[in-house]
Design a protein around this ligand. Structure first.
Ligand SMILES: Cc1cc2nc3c(=O)[nH]c(=O)nc-3n(C[C@H](O)[C@H](O)[C@H](O)COP(=O)(O)OP(=O)(O)OC[C@H]3O[C@@H](n4cnc5c(N)ncnc54)[C@H](O)[C@@H]3O)c2cc1C
Length: 286
């Protein structure tokens, strides 16, 4: 098939736009079920401008609505499947603490009722009990904690690359340097996906039965072609690595993931994968 200028248009079942964690997972899952998939990424695979590179992400069941907890429970099953399919170990279970200082702006009761509603076990601890159990932590007077034993760390960049590998192994076609520059509604014929950049001479256009848009911070650039938008605010998330002065107190077997449940909210990991920066010793925090 060609367009009016004679340029080729390739029919595919599904085009996924954006090869971060969500697009790569979508491509893997669709390809695994036998669907014809093309995954298009604007920059290079594993680039550092999106949200899915870097080392560590929290996997947790502790969320503030029953609906979120249900999704998180499903996510655990998905991670187990990814480990099985890939033969890689991706999930490191550390346990997790949600820390609520006195008068915290985030309500602990939303977390306890949501986990209880979905049958997730957790412990409620005083600050003193937390300090007695994990010597690296020192908390302000009156802090209360929820502990959930399944909280884990997953590697963002490595897992995304793994899902891309599995997608390819299941016959998905993945292209980087392939920015989607327009999405055109062709009615019953599907959606025309226009690709600019390095692939333009070979794959200028796809006609897809379905398009999955996983462009994250760039979503509205593409939705504009369809005359719509989402109320998104793009923020920059700052990650910092600290070098522990006493590493034996900060290993993944000795310290849980922790989240400070106030405004501002922030969180920390035990030592995991990358070395910390000696300019920012973690002892400054404790
Ligand atoms: C520092 C940080 C810490 C986080 N911590 C956690 C955590 O602990 N636990 C947790 O669950 N989540 C966490 N998150 C959130 C989680 O990482 C993100 O929700 C997830 O990575 C988003 O993946 P994505 O695929 O939607 O987006 P991205 O990874 O940003 O991927 C979108 C992709 O779309 C591509 N794209 C955009 N426009 C086009 C186009 N026109 N054509 C082709 N490609 C295009 C982009 O280049 C990009 O590669 C964190 C995020 C950050 C940044």
């Amino acid at each position: 098939m060609t367009d009016a200028s004679g340029a080729p248009i390739e029919r595919v079942d599904t085009v996924v736009v954006g090869a971060g964690g969500l697009g790569s997972a979508t491509a893997w899952q669709l390809a695994r079920r036998g669907t014809g998939v093309v995954l298009l990424e604007k920059f290079g695979f594993g680039h550092k401008r999106g949200a899915s590179h870097d080392t560590s992400r929290i996997l947790r069941r502790s969320y503030h609505t029953p609906g979120y907890v249900a999704l998180a429970n499903e996510a655990y099953d998905d991670w187990a499947l990814l480990e099985r399919d890939s033969g890689e170990r991706l999930v490191t279970t550390t346990g997790g603490l949600d820390l609520f200082p006195p008068g915290s702006l985030i309500a602990a009761i939303d977390y306890t009722t949501s986990m209880a509603a979905r049958g997730v076990e957790f412990e409620e601890l005083t600050g003193a009990e937390v300090e007695a159990r994990w010597s690296a932590l020192s908390l302000p007077e009156g802090t209360r904690a929820l502990y959930q034993a399944d909280t884990s760390i997953v590697p963002a960049g490595r897992s995304t690359a793994t899902m891309q590998r599995l997608a390819r192994e299941n016959d998905a076609r993945l292209y980087d340097a392939a920015p989607v520059t327009a999405l055109i509604d062709r009615g019953d014929n599907g959606v025309e996906v226009v690709v600019g950049g390095a692939l333009a001479s070979t794959y200028r256009r796809f006609l897809a039965r379905r398009v999955v848009l996983t462009a994250d911070a760039w979503t509205n650039d593409l939705l504009a072609h369809l005359g719509t938008s989402l109320p998104l605010t793009v923020t920059r998330e700052q990650v910092t690595y600290f070098a522990p002065s006493a590493p034996e107190r900060f290993g993944a077997d000795r310290l849980p993931v922790w989240i400070w449940m106030d405004d501002p909210s922030f969180y920390g990991f035990p030592t995991y994968d990358e070395a910390g920066n000696a300019d920012y010793p973690v002892s400054w925090l404790v």
